[in-house]
Ligand binder design. Sequence first.
Ligand code: ADP
Ligand code: MG
Length: 264
Amino acid sequence: MLVFDKLVVDYRTDSAGQTTMRALDGLSLELATGEAVSIIGPSGCGKSTLLRLAAGLMQPSSGTVSLDGAELKSPRSDTALILQDYGLLPWKSVFANAELGLKIAHVVAPERKARTLEALKKVGLAGFEKRYPAELSGGMQQRLALARALAMDVNLLLMDEPLSALDALMREELQDTLLDLWKSSKHSQILVTHSIEEAVFLGQRIVVMSPRPGRVLGIVDNPEMGARTYRSDDVFFERCKKVRSLLDAGVAQATEQEKGATHE
Ligand code: ADP
Ligand code: MG
C-alpha cells in the first residue's frame, strides 16, 4: 500500500540553504494494506520526518513515497496523523473537536453528527460531548484526538509517539484501545514510539532505525501480536530483547563511526 523508496531528506540548517543536515539516508520500507508497523529509533533519527513524508506534508530531497501505486505529492483525506500534543482546540467542545476533520472535509451535518458520535463511542468518550479538552485527563485527550481520526474513517493512521505523555497505566489502557481499534477497523497504521514494549505490543513488524541519519537497521517480525494478553507471553519478552539488541548495536556502531571520524 505504502512504499518508501530510498528516501533521503536533507534539512537546511541556515536561511541561505548553504549548509544542510541529513535526517534520512536512503530509507526504504513497505507497508501492506491493513498492516500495523511500529517504528522505533533513537531521538533525532528521523522518525517524525518519515511520518510527515507518509502524510504528504513534505517531499523528500530524493527517493519517493508511493501510496497505492501513485507517487504521493500532497496530503490526502484518507490519512490521519496524530501527534503527541493531540492537536485539540481548547475553546471547542469535545464534540466539536471530534467532528473537526469531517467539517473541514465538508461532510453534511447529519452524517457528521452520526459519525462523530460513533467515533466518540469507540474510544470510550460517549457522554463527554459537551465537555472541554481542559476538563479531560491526558489519556482522554488522546482518545479524543483518536476519535477525530476515526470519524474520518481513514485507511492510513500515522501516530507520532501518541502515548508518551501518559503515565504507565493510562498508557497500557490506550494501547489496548489502539489494538482493538486496529483489529476492528482494518486500517493500515504506523506507530512511532520510543517504548520497546509498546512497539512489540502494537506492531506486526517492528522497524528499528539507526541513529541519525536514519536508515532501517533491522526489522523484527512479530506475527504473534494481537491479543491483550500478549504482554505476559514468553514470545513477547523474546521480541523485546531482540528489538533492544538491534537498538543497542545501532548506537554502538554509530559511536564507533564517530570515533573513527574524529581520529582521521
Ligand atoms: P525524531 O522524530 O526521530 O526524533 P525528527 O524527524 O524530528 O527525528 O528529526 C530528525 C533530525 O532532523 C533531527 O536532528 C532534527 O533536529 C532535524 N530536523 C527536523 N526537522 C527539521 C527542520 N524543519 N529543520 C531543520 N532540521 C530539522
Ligand atoms: Mg519525533
